[in-house]
Design a protein around this ligand. Structure first.
Ligand SMILES: C[S@@+](CC[C@H](N)C(=O)[O-])C[C@H]1O[C@@H](n2cnc3c(N)ncnc32)[C@H](O)[C@@H]1O
Length: 266
């Protein structure tokens, strides 16, 4: 990964680590339960969560499996994760500093390898996916959750522009066909797939990225979203909600297994 981009990610998530943990509205008990059920955890599983952030998911998973491990690029996020771990008295979890594109683990180490809401911060999500596949056991599963962007090119460009204004470490929200193409290129078979509408408060979404109403970025992102209401040209399904806006992210959940290996020469 380019060190410039790595720095942008670390700056963003060091600055916002507390706000992120506080306003992570997508980690309600119901959302976590839904993801846990989808991931089909087994009591003997050893789980790796890549780009784990403050580890809301991983620490909810820990009591149901043998061991969980989180890896993230941002030390401050790992500090939040360890604090939460201590508060909950969880003993079967560990956290490491590391890059998704170069995971510090041996081949075939984990039963379940997950990554949530982080591919859209990476320059090479396909490289992270290859690493996740490498460290997964031969019969292991890969669990991926991320926002899904519009298929239409112009809408996708507007969508990503808005995301980047809000958070400079945003790279690209992949479309569903983008995700599926990447899985197939990495020889991963889709066992289960679901795409859900996730309505959220614009104000909280901005606070989570460290912006309040007085920021220039807040004003510009809000202007662009309001401009998109009539024709949904940026794919956020915006509507007015009092002095807030209601926006809708599409969220994709995928459970993947190893696909058939194609031998060289075949
Ligand atoms: C939006 S947060 C998501 C955190 C967590 N997965 C969650 O769902 O709450 C993105 C996280 O990805 C981490 N991250 C981004 N790019 C990364 C990379 N290439 N390798 C490791 N971590 C990365 C950031 O440090 C940050 O903690």
């Amino acid at each position: 990964m380019s060190s410039e981009h790595q720095q942008a990610v670390q700056e963003q998530f060091t600055r916002t680590a507390e706000a992120f943990a506080k306003f992570a509205t997508r980690d309600t008990p119901a959302d976590l339960a839904q993801r846990i059920e989808f991931a089909e955890l087994r009591p003997d599983d050893t789980v790796l969560d890549v780009a784990c952030g403050p580890a809301a998911f991983l620490l909810a998973v820990a009591p149901r499996v043998r061991f969980v491990r989180g890896v993230d690029l941002t030390p401050e996020m790992l500090r939040q994760a360890r604090t939460l771990q201590a508060e909950r008295g969880i003993t079967n979890a560990a956290f490491d500093l590391g890059e998704a594109e170069k995971l510090p683990y041996a081949d075939g180490s984990f039963d379940l390898v997950s990554c949530q809401f982080a591919f859209h911060h990476m320059l090479r999500p396909d490289a992270a996916l290859a690493e996740m596949r490498r460290v997964m056991k031969p019969a292991g599963r890969l669990f991926l959750v991320d926002s899904v962007g519009p298929e239409d090119k112009a809408a996708a460009a507007r969508h990503n522009h808005i995301e980047q204004l809000r958070d400079p470490s945003h790279t690209l929200t992949l479309s569903l066909s983008g995700f599926r193409g990447m899985f197939s290129a990495r020889k991963l078979r889709i066992e289960k797939q679901v795409v859900l509408d996730r309505p959220r408060s614009f104000n909280k979404w901005m606070l989570r990225a460290g912006h309040d109403r007085s920021d220039a970025s807040y004003k510009e992102v809000r202007r662009l979203l309001e401009e998109s209401i009539a024709d949904d040209r940026a794919g956020f399904g915006v509507s007015i909600d009092g002095d807030d806006l209601r926006i809708v992210h599409q969220e994709g959940m995928f459970l993947l297994g190893r696909g058939i290996e194609i031998e060289a020469g075949q």
